[in-house]
Design a protein around this ligand. Structure first.
Ligand SMILES: Cc1cc2nc3c(=O)[nH]c(=O)nc-3n(C[C@H](O)[C@H](O)[C@H](O)COP(=O)(O)OP(=O)(O)OC[C@H]3O[C@@H](n4cnc5c(N)ncnc54)[C@H](O)[C@@H]3O)c2cc1C
Length: 574
């Protein structure tokens, strides 16, 4: 814990201020509850809070205010504190009318939630929405009050940033402490040896790690695949723990299959880097990709999935004559009766050496949630015109002074969803620069400038920026796969009827999510013809488990296993 002042929740209402303050009383231990009866008063309350160094976590506004339209008021208040969450509360008598009137503003992201004013004690529906927003706010701010991982380092760039990003994505709040701070001195003292930076203490364990890579941190948390007994054959190994792999893990382990998920980076995949997924079924206020991934991981763990993160699968030896397949990693091999490939896609690289040199020092592939938080009051560029670029820009605008989206096309209309285009056009910090591309960049220690070239006339302009976020689309990650797993010309894995006929067995195509190798399945973005959405990836992960079950049926195995005949005795479970 720290001595930092409590963050605040600011309630704005002329008619219901006392009722709302009373309702928020249950949060008073952790938050200062401030009250204002008009927007003008809310502005001065907010300014006096920020002058005292108090972070404003949330504005809660009545849907009817005396001096402004409520969505406009929330928007104005947010420009004072961009990281805050904004909730609009309507009393029952206006709820229907206001929900119709304010729905377009909610869709454009002018506020985060539209709730019915609590009408009695213990309105837990109301508080569930509030707690989720506060939880999400807590995960997005730079210095969480609670840390489960302490990082000691004189600076927070390069490896430290990558480690913090990994920890953020697995839901472990971290803080960086200078070596001469109280925590820093305690960690250095507990370390057995000459300290190198960073030093890391995980979950208050006595063991201090001096990592040279993110994998060292992952290993200290999750272990290595070779911890599994070499004799053990698991039912299913899932390669990749994005939405598709996580869904496979949840359904496979919930149905009693011994399941191992191997992930090269942090759990969550691309979705884990998304600041807010708004179109996933069942989350009306949206959900951050990290939260969704953490919940899915907990669900899979509860059913018995074992995860290994930080270990890319480097190859698969396909089993012949009824032998299991072998999944290889640098941390050991795992033998499996079935494999589900859920390894998604990877960001396309810019391939400009002068810019790539600054990766981790201002240049980031993807939305890079931790790096985004370090952009407070700086100018940043987002390159790319897809939805992921739009989301990254909206997230960055919470911190950065200005965000410029750079696209080769004249505008975003052909590549981005309309709801994001609306949100971006409404956000005063974000501008779109069409017909342009990045051609050069540089700085002394960190990125300080990039050069943009016009795609119309080739003219160049140098702009000063501290952050460059590259969201250039993605391609499948298949170099590790055995060649008998067939892929299309772009590298996506072929399944079902897309597998060429000459590879069908007895004239029958593989099942819909089965590849050209019996017992190996593919789901999610890596699969040719997939939807490239969180929901469809999760749906495929759930669906594939039925096919895995069929494959694992002893009768099926005996009659169709390569080579036929009896299979060796295999044990279920890891
Ligand atoms: C910033 C951003 C925002 C997005 N927003 C939305 C949205 O709002 N709504 C929506 O529906 N979709 C959204 N998408 C798309 C969505 O995230 C993807 O469609 C979805 O994540 C695909 O899931 P997946 O599990 O198939 O693959 P991925 O999410 O790509 O996960 C694959 C996982 O496999 C791991 N992996 C790769 N190779 C190996 C290997 N050799 N060994 C072990 N592990 C490996 C990767 O590290 C990764 O974690 C967004 C994407 C991005 C990048």
């Amino acid at each position: 814990m720290t001595d930092a002042p409590k963050p605040a929740i600011v309630v704005v209402s002329a008619q219901h201020a006392d009722q709302l303050v009373d309702e928020f009383g249950r949060y008073a231990r952790d938050y200062e509850i401030a009250k204002a009866r008009s927007v003008d008063e809310a502005i001065s309350v907010t300014m006096s809070l920020t002058r005292r160094g108090v972070q404003v976590a949330m504005f809660v506004s009545d849907s009817r205010l005396p001096d402004s339209l409520a969505p406009t008021a929330l928007h104005m208040l947010r420009s004072l504190v961009p990281t805050s969450r904004r909730v609009l509360v309507a009393p029952w008598e206006y709820f229907r009318e206001d929900s119709v009137a304010f729905r377009p503003a909610l869709a454009k992201g002018k506020f985060d939630a539209f709730l019915l004013m609590p009408r009695g004690l213990r309105d837990e529906e109301f508080h569930l929405a509030i707690v989720e927003l506060l939880n999400e706010w807590g995960a997005s701010i730079a210095a969480p009050l609670v840390d489960s991982v302490q990082i000691v380092s004189p600076d927070s760039r390069g490896l430290v940033l990558a480690i913090r990003d990994y920890l953020f994505r697995i839901g472990a709040p971290s803080r960086v402490y200078p070596p001469d701070s109280e925590v820093g001195r305690a960690v250095v003292e507990a370390y057995d040896g000459e300290p190198t930076w960073p030093l890391i203490r995980v979950f208050s364990k006595d063991e201090i790690v001096a990592p040279t890579s993110v994998r060292d941190v992952a290993m200290s948390i999750y272990g290595r695949p070779d911890e599994i007994d070499v004799e053990t054959v698991v039912d299913v190994v899932v390669v990749g723990a994005g939405p598709a792999g996580l869904a496979t893990a949840v359904y496979a382990s919930s149905e009693g299959l011994g399941t191992i998920a191997i992930e090269s980076e942090a759990i969550g995949g691309q979705a884990g880097t998304s600041s807010m997924i708004r179109n996933y079924l069942g989350f009306p206020q949206g959900i951050s990709g990290t939260k969704l991934a953490q919940r899915a991981r907990s669900q899979a763990l509860r059913f018995g999935t074992r995860f290994f993160t930080g270990w890319p699968v480097t190859g698969v030896k396909t089993g012949v004559d009824g032998e299991p397949h072998v999944v290889c990693t640098e941390g050991g091999d795992v033998r499996a009766r079935a494999i589900v490939i859920a390894c998604g896609v990877d960001y396309r690289k810019l391939n400009i050496p002068s810019v790539d040199e600054y990766v981790g020092r201002g240049v980031n592939y993807g939305a890079a949630m931790t790096a985004a938080r370090e952009m407070e009051d700086y100018d940043v560029l987002v390159v790319g015109g897809g939805n992921s670029a739009g989301q990254a820009a909206v997230h960055l605008a919470r911190f950065a002074r200005t965000v410029t989206i750079v696209v080769r096309r004249p505008d975003l209309s052909a590549t981005m969803s309309q709801y994001l285009i609306d949100e971006i056009s409404f956000n005063p910090r974000i501008t779109v620069r069409g017909n342009a591309c990045v051609v050069d960049g540089g700085g002394t220690d960190t990125l300080e400038w990039v050069e943009l070239e016009s795609t119309l006339d080739g003219s160049r302009e140098r702009v000063d920026v501290r952050g460059l976020f590259l969201l250039l689309g993605a391609e499948p990650r298949c170099e590790w796969m055995p060649p008998d797993v067939m892929r299309d010309e772009k590298g996506f894995v072929l399944t079902g009827r897309d597998v060429p006929m000459e590879h069908w067995i007895d004239g029958c195509p593989p099942a819909s999510l089965a590849t050209s190798v019996p017992g190996i399945f593919a789901v999610g973005d890596v699969r040719a013809g997939s939807m490239k959405r969180v929901a469809s990836a999760a749906g495929e992960g759930a669906s594939v488990v039925a096919l895995v079950h069929t494959w694992l049926e002893p009768t099926h195995w005996r009659s169709e296993a390569p080579g036929g005949g009896e299979r060796p005795r295999v044990t279920r479970g890891a």
